[in-house]
Write a protein that binds this ligand. Structure first.
Ligand code: TXA
Ligand code: MG
Length: 345
């Protein structure tokens, strides 16, 4: 199959809708990362997502809704009544936006979307292209990140092409994604609610709205613990070059390695280094993370080393992604890197 990248226009949006309505896949930009969309209420279309990504069918998808109105979602049987506590308040505050809420599944949602679970993950994206597609379609799109399973999420159209060339007909090119890491996934089925995947909407921001504590699910221990969030595998978002998380800011730059620095360092060799946060704003680090990992991975060096992530509201999300992308930790002592492989069991 030939994969085309097309700029956003009335005619490319129309074509995307036609492809989707025909039961095929379209990659499109959201504010977080690029999504690989299919009509979310059609099993045959949803199955194509798993096939194109090489994603196991045990890993459930997010359903992207055309409207933040949860009553409408219940009426259409996208989610089941009753609406869980806090859901309406959170939808009002954070939708459209990078918050995914796990709620009881509605009868119209095929089991392929939820990997057989009785729950469904819902979100309303805040990106003009995603919003327009959903508006025109008038029904939900199932959309995981538009990468092959286990690889780095794409934050621009060329990264999607790198991941899925030949496997999908169309990529809508809306430029780089403004946020750069995936949405916060929050389960409303536990009491108190639990963050299953940290993102730019933090536990504190959610707590402040619902006036109750929010739990942060601890780091998953291994890839065999399938429930309650089957997609939260330990090995994810990974470059092919081994990535090591440094215990202190990097000050030595042996050749044949690549280095991702958080802040600029006077002594760093330009050819081997990438700067995650050039302006000191942690949201910039998030925006740059996957693009830089992808670039560093393409050099084909022996290893990539990355600075520690300083504390900020974005730190839990950044550290979560890096932990799962990493081969281990590193510290520099006695003139060499000491590497410790990550425990995965
Ligand atoms: O920002 C995002 O969320 C992007 C854009 C495209 O919207 N999408 C995304 O989808 O990251 P994906 O499939 O790569 O990640 C979905 C996450 C997985 O960790 C999955 O396990 C979790 O959401 N999830 C989906 N349905 C769930 C459910 N019913 N219960 C618990 N976790 C669920
Ligand atoms: Mg993903």
């Amino acid at each position: 199959m030939k994969t085309r990248i097309v700029p956003i226009s009335a005619s490319s949006l129309r074509e995307a809708c036609q492809i989707l309505q025909g039961g095929d896949l379209v990659a499109f930009p959201t504010e977080t990362v690029y999504g690989l969309g299919a009509l979310g209420l059609r099993s045959d279309a949803v199955q194509k997502i798993f096939h194109a990504k090489g994603r196991p069918s045990t890993d459930p998808l997010i359903l992207h809704l055309p409207s933040p109105d949860l009553n409408q979602a219940v009426t259409h049987h996208w989610m089941a009544a009753p609406i869980p506590p806090f859901a309406n308040e959170l939808a009002k505050k954070f939708w459209p936006g990078p918050l995914t809420m796990v709620v009881p599944k509605g009868a119209k949602v095929p089991l392929e979307v939820t990997a057989g679970l009785g729950t469904v993950a819902l979100r309303v994206p805040a990106h003009p292209v995603a919003e327009k597609l959903l508006q025109v379609l008038g029904e939900p799109l199932a959309a995981p990140s538009a990468n092959r399973f286990g690889r780095i999420s794409p934050t621009d159209a060329s990264a999607v092409l790198q991941e899925l060339e030949g496997k999908i007909p169309l990529i809508l090119d809306g430029g780089p994604c403004p946020h750069g890491i995936e949405s916060t996934v929050l389960s409303l089925l536990s009491d108190p609610p639990t963050i299953l995947r940290p993102g730019s909407i933090t536990a504190e921001m959610i707590s402040q709205i619902i006036q109750t504590e929010v739990l942060l699910r601890s780091q998953p221990r291994d890839s065999k613990s399938a429930l309650p969030s089957p997609g939260m595998l330990e090995n994810h978002y990974a470059p092919q070059t081994p990535l090591y998380l440094c215990s202190a800011p990097i000050e030595s730059f042996p050749s044949s390695y690549q280095f991702i620095l958080y802040h600029r360092r006077a002594a760093s060799p330009q050819a081997q280094t990438y700067l995650l946060c050039p302006d000191g704003n942690p949201s910039t680090a998030a925006q740059n993370l996957y693009r830089i990992l992808r670039e560093a991975d393409q050099v084909g060096s022996q290893a990539i080393f990355i600075d520690p992530i300083p504390d900020s509201p974005w730190a839990p999300a950044l550290r979560d992604r890096l932990h799962r992308a990493s081969a281990g930790t590193a510290n520099w002592a006695n003139g060499q890197w000491n590497l410790r492989p990550r425990e995965t069991t």
